[in-house]
Design a binder for this molecule. Sequence first.
Ligand code: XLS
Ligand code: NI
Ligand code: NI
Length: 441
Amino acid sequence: MVLLGDREYFKGIGKIPYEGKESDNPLAYKYYDPERTVNGMPMKAHFKFAVAYWHSFCGTGADPFGPGTLMHPWDVSEDPLTAARQKADAAFEFITKLGFDYFCFHDFDLVAEAPTLLESENRLEKIVHYLKEKMEASGVRLLWGTANCFSHPRYMNGASTNPDFRVLARAGAQIKGAMDATIALGGENYVFWGGREGYMSLLNTQVGKELDHMGRFLGMARDYARSQGFKGTFFIEPKPMEPMKHQYDYDAATVIGFLHQYGLQDDFKLNLEVNHATLAGHSMQHEMEIAAARGMLGSIDANRGDYQNGWDTDQFPNNLNEVTLMMLTLLEAGGLQGGGINFDAKLRRNSTDPEDLFLAHIGGADTFARALLIADRILRDSTYRQVRRQRYESFESGKGAAFEQGKLTLQDLHTIALEQGEIPLQSGKQEMLENLINRYI
Ligand code: XLS
Ligand code: NI
Ligand code: NI
């Protein structure tokens, strides 16, 4: 097989088949049947599942208390480009065997950053060329690219919100390169996650100035990509904190307001991440509902947090209840606007077998597939939609409809209230709906 390069990294594991829910083969899908039609579309088109290059092929399991435990056989060469090519071989072997259609990357996931900007650009160009061949041979596509403007020490005070203009300019140069790479690889979207766009202390921060800088910077980035023929969507990925004490892209509602303030609302949508939603004190369904209500439900970074831990644990999704609620919102919204489901999730530090990476993705894909099937049945067979619609029935005709159309004044409301007298209480039917969801699960 051409795809595998010279060397097979995941020996003994073949293409992951769909075997159905009765199968006890850990290396088979039980629910994710890519071609199965759900609500008029194959499952794979609903999801556009993507593998995150950084967690799966760069992350070593290192934490503040100890070094890496995941010894990647593709990460041994001293020569950065050889190492990058071997990593790409491993990544494409993995994605192909998993049967996913997409991947996502940061610029310097692909190849190590060099000591100078020029050399880094050079390296990136070379590895992009190599990736292009692998993508053509395998049919795997790029869901989105992004730039890592948060790891290098120069970004310790932020990138586009850095108080030092020289750093802002450097971030601009880097994002130009990441966009060039994304465009060269036919990337369908481009992501901005403001890793250090925020503050550690208000004592040394001018918030208004930083937000203005970020707004202007994003407009410049959009204009550049459009001038290079990029037709895809730009996504902002909200996160309330970590690494900063406070990040400006706090949550969906905050980002939507920001996009409108800086005239970015027509080109940008949201890439929502489950564990970021919970860090912001929201459910993921809440974040999706807020985005969908404004036509900005772009893409999803799939993972989950831990109920007892207050940080971004980035575990693989396995909570059927949580994902079912997400799929209800997704189907009701008519799907994702250009994006897909990117597994922005990492193995635990002690998951050290090569097969663990497969098991994690299989579990995640099956959770989404099962949840999609459940949500589809709830919407088609149950009273869920009807109950939700009926609560707002009073706006469908008469004075309620006139209000929605902007035809009433506050004086009119006064007249109506005088005429209508006492109003009967209407139950919200919350427990009934909760029971209904559980019955379908
Ligand atoms: C980190 C973010 C990051 C983005 C891409 O918390 O989730 O992985 O998805 O920069
Ligand atoms: Ni993410
Ligand atoms: Ni994250």
